[in-house]
Design a protein around this ligand. Structure first.
Ligand code: PEP
Ligand code: MN
Length: 353
């Protein structure tokens, strides 16, 4: 590992770095006369100890260290690594990653049983394998509709039974992980909670797939380290979701970071999906952004769909109707075929009612 140290360190600050290196079994050697670049390697010229993923973070935390120039053998669990195959995350019929693309669709929020069932049946018919829909909604204003909560979970459970679709729904609070996990096949962690470490640890322990949405002002490293919290609990089933970052132009709700999708596919073995609905905030942009995301290498889409967007309780202006979703799904199949991938089709039948 290679560290850059700050200039003019006190003896105590320098000793903190050298002491930690000794404690972790590294030998130390300055590479420059100014004593700013410190190499950590094996003691007595031996091979560098294989760093646990936390070694880098422990050095970064020291006041004397201004940066880690090369993390050496200290690998984080999200890293793609040489020759490492894509992680494929399976949720019901859906599979994300490798050659598999899957479509998650549904309303922003679960409102009532009839509309949830109508939407679920319609999106399944058009190629979705997972139903999205918030029972607990993270709203910017405390006065906005906060979701149907426990009733919403009940509706999701019934719709899952009736359609065979896997359920993706958001959990906002570590205390709700058990209850939401009774119904969810995949926990959604929302943009506002991406760095809620208590929540990430709790869903990590639950050992169920997690859809982790990028914070709207999070760097890619912050995003990947949030995923690391889940992975560090022994839960490898994490799907990253690019949902747009905050820009300066109010024309669209957020800015879809297509470059991030392509770059994440290089940085990590984890699958990446795109949410064109929250990225744009405008239904007419959902189809083109879906195309862009998949063309950049995304392993799936999560899209807000509603047969009557004008009557939704939340995010109506970005919901697409059923015909538009049919077109999005057709585009996805065409783009998948371009690079030898496949959109996974729904197989599981719902229970007869
Ligand atoms: C959502 O998907 O319903 C949602 C609230 O999205 P985000 O967390 O990306 O804002
Ligand atoms: Mn929404």
């Amino acid at each position: 590992m290679l560290l850059r140290l700050r200039k003019n360190l006190s003896r105590a600050e320098l000793e903190a770095v050298l002491g930690l290196a000794r404690e972790l079994g590294y030998g130390t050697r300055f590479l420059d006369g100014g004593r700013e670049i410190l190499a950590l390697d094996g003691v007595d010229g031996g091979p560098e100890p294989v760093g646990a993923p936390d070694h880098r973070a422990r050095f970064e935390d020291l006041a004397a260290v201004s940066g880690v120039l090369d993390a050496g053998e200290s690998h984080e669990l999200f890293e793609r690594g040489e020759g490492r195959a894509d992680t494929v995350v399976r949720v019901g019929d859906a599979a994300f990653g490798g050659k598999h693309i899957s479509l998650v669709a549904g309303p922003c929020a679960i409102e009532d049983f009839d509309s949830a069932l109508e939407i679920a049946r319609a999106v399944r018919e058009r190629g979705a394998t997972c139903l999205r829909g918030g029972a607990f909604k993270p709203r910017t204003s405390p006065y906005s509709f906060q979701g149907a909560r426990a009733k919403g979970l009940e509706i999701l459970a019934q719709v899952k039974l009736a359609t065979g679709l896997a359920v993706v729904t958001e959990v906002l609070d570590p205390r709700d992980v058990a209850a939401v996990g009774q119904v969810a096949d995949m926990f959604q962690i929302g943009s506002r909670n991406m760095q809620n470490s208590a929540l990430l640890i709790e869903v990590g322990k639950a050992k169920k797939p997690v859809l982790l949405k990028r914070g709207f002002a999070a760097t890619l490293r912050e995003f990947l380290l949030a995923a690391e919290y889940v992975l560090a609990q022994g839960n490898e089933q994490v799907v990253l979701c690019e949902r747009g970052i905050r820009g300066f132009d109010p024309s669209t709700r957020n800015v879809l970071d297509v470059g991030a999708v392509a770059y994440l596919k290089r940085l990590t073995h984890l699958p990446v999906v795109v949410d064109p609905s929250h990225a744009s905030g405008r239904s007419e942009l959902v189809r083109p952004l879906s195309r862009a995301g998949l063309a950049a290498g995304a392993d799936g889409l999560i899209v807000e769909v509603h047969p009557h967007p004008e009557f939704t309780h939340s995010d109506g202006e970005q919901a697409i109707d059923l015909e538009e979703f049919r077109l999005v799904a057709a585009d996805a199949r065409a783009i998948a075929a371009l690079d030898g991938r496949e959109v996974v089709a729904p197989r599981t039948q719902g229970a007869k009612r």
